[in-house]
Design a protein around this ligand. Structure first.
Ligand code: HEC
Ligand code: HEC
Length: 227
């Protein structure tokens, strides 16, 4: 009896919370400051992440992001293994506070299931996972164009090999599924990802869909794409 009750209760909680996803000011708000000091992010960054505890706390996430953090090759769920800890913490805290909308995930990363210290523990666990065997890629037809754009407009922040920058919260974009990268950069261009860095929006705002595809395909093949 207990076995059936627990998932049912969780399902019910999810529905109740999806509607309650908070909404904090983001890019659409005049005077928006990217990555403004946030008490929860600051606290989680100061907590020394414990990967063993993180593995436990991550249990509720496995249904979507998978046990090895690899997500889905079709990009519906991002790959998280090896992502920088500071980036993971910022993105989770942004979703919790409502600076990045994610109604599917919000019930699972909400305040009642995950504590602030758990954010650091989960980040330590994910950061230490090896890259998954399979990464979703594009059709490979416009990689030269993708490379040219990436080097010109993106490498400055995301790194020559897509390694990101932990200090500045710039995500690692190598070893990420093509469809997820493409969906994010489209959303960023359209200002739908509300926690975006304004300098990146500026860099991508005049990109055509084809160019976004080319640059995403190139990123999905980093670091191997570098000669
Ligand atoms: C119901 C499915 C689901 C569950 C469960 C879930 N997530 Fe997610 N998660 C998503 C989706 C979908 C996205 C991408 C959202 C988008 O496209 O903007 C995402 C994005 C993320 C990101 C941002 C990745 C990036 O590169 O910016 C992180 C970090 C993350 N999830 C961590 C977690 C953690 C930790 C848990 C458990 C506490 C969790 N997720 C549970 C669906 C889920
Ligand atoms: C000024 C630094 C900067 C530049 C330039 C920049 N980005 Fe970003 N990018 C970021 C930051 C910071 C994030 C994380 C979003 C956030 O929280 O602000 C991000 C997120 C992303 C993501 C989502 C990654 C994820 O894991 O969810 C993609 C895809 C991306 N950038 C692609 C690009 C592309 C393509 C370019 C070049 C056209 C570019 N970026 C230029 C800073 C930058």
């Amino acid at each position: 009896m207990r076995r059936t009750l627990i998932p049912f209760a969780l399902l019910f909680a999810c529905h109740a919370h999806a509607a309650n996803q908070p909404r904090a000011p983001g890019i659409e708000t005049p005077g928006y400051v990217w990555n403004k000091a946030d008490p929860e992010t600051t606290k989680a960054l100061l907590h020394k992440g414990d990967a063993a505890r993180g593995k436990e706390a991550y249990r509720v996430c496995r249904g979507c992001h998978k046990q090895d953090g690899s997500g889905l090759v079709n990009g519906d769920y991002p790959q998280l293994a090896g992502q920088l800890s500071s980036v993971l913490i910022k993105q989770m805290a942004d979703m919790r506070a409502g600076r990045r909308d994610n109604s599917k995930m919000h019930p699972f990363v909400g305040m009642d299931l995950v504590l602030t210290d758990d954010l650091a523990d989960i980040a330590a666990f994910l950061n230490g996972l090896p890259p998954p065997p399979q990464i979703g890629k594009g059709d490979g037809k416009r990689l030269e164009r993708g490379k040219e754009l990436y080097k010109k407009d993106c490498a400055f922040c995301h790194g020559k090999n897509g390694e990101g920058n932990a200090k500045w919260f710039y995500p690692k974009v190598s070893q990420q599924h093509y469809r997820y990268l493409l969906r994010q950069i489209q959303e960023i261009r359209e200002q739908g990802r509300r926690n975006s860095n304004p300098d990146m929006i500026e860099a991508a705002k005049d990109y055509s869909d084809r160019d976004l595809e080319a640059v995403s395909d190139y990123m999905s093949r980093l670091p191997e794409a570098q000669e």
